[in-house]
Every structure is written in C-alpha cells, then in structure tokens.
Design a protein around this ligand. Structure first.
Ligand code: FES
Length: 111
C-alpha cells in the first residue's frame, strides 16, 4: 500500500503505508529517513493543533471519509492557508481503498 506525499518544495515522494495507520503517523515515520517530509503534528493526533495540515489531491477528496465537525472547527481556528481540499492528516486513516492517496504538506506543518 502506497501513500504519495508532495513536500513543501514540490517534490513527490511515494512511501509505504500501513492499513489502519494515520496519514500523519506514516509521514512522520518516513521523515526520519527523508527530512523533506518532516511534519510538526504537535499534538500527536489529539485534534488540538492543526500542524498536520495537508492538501488532498482533487482526485481523492471525495474518496475520504468527510471531516468531523471537530476537525472542521480545528482547521477553521488553527490553520492558515485553508483551502477546500484541506484536511488534518492525523484524522485520515489508511485503508485499502486509499492505496495511492496523494497529499501535499501545507504551509504551517513544518517543524
Ligand atoms: S497532529 Fe494536532 S491536529 Fe493533527
């Protein structure tokens, strides 16, 4: 299972993903070998920071479980450069259906 991540410099990375893991956790895990993928994710998925902000590729937006009211509220309060395809990557769980998901690290997610 793969996850495609575009870093903040515009470079694409195809990384191995694990079913059931949060997209944020997968990106953070790979950042140890690939510093360009470093993501702040300050609250560790507690939905309290917004620093795991990503943009979801247009082809994938409708294939994700929609954001909860809590995720939407957090993005509205804590995320700048908010776009229609913004999501908090700690709230996206990898499933077989998301094999190949493409996200881009958003401004404000840098450590
Ligand atoms: S890591 Fe803090 S909201 Fe996702």
């Amino acid at each position: 299972m793969k996850l495609r991540v575009t870093d903040r410099e515009g470079h694409d990375h195809e990384i191995d993903a694990i079913e059931g893991w949060r997209v944020m956790e997968i990106i953070r895990d790979h950042a140890m070998q690939t510093p360009a993928l470093a993501i702040k994710a300050e609250c560790g998925a507690a939905l309290a920071c917004g620093t795991c902000h990503v943009y979801v590729d247009a082809d994938w937006v409708d294939r994700l479980v929609p954001p909860t009211a809590e995720e939407t509220e957090r993005m509205e309060e804590d995320v700048f450069a908010l776009e229609d395809n913004s999501r908090l990557s700690c709230q996206i769980l990898m499933t077989e259906e998301l094999d190949g998901l493409h996200v881009t690290l958003a401004p404000g997610s840098e450590p």
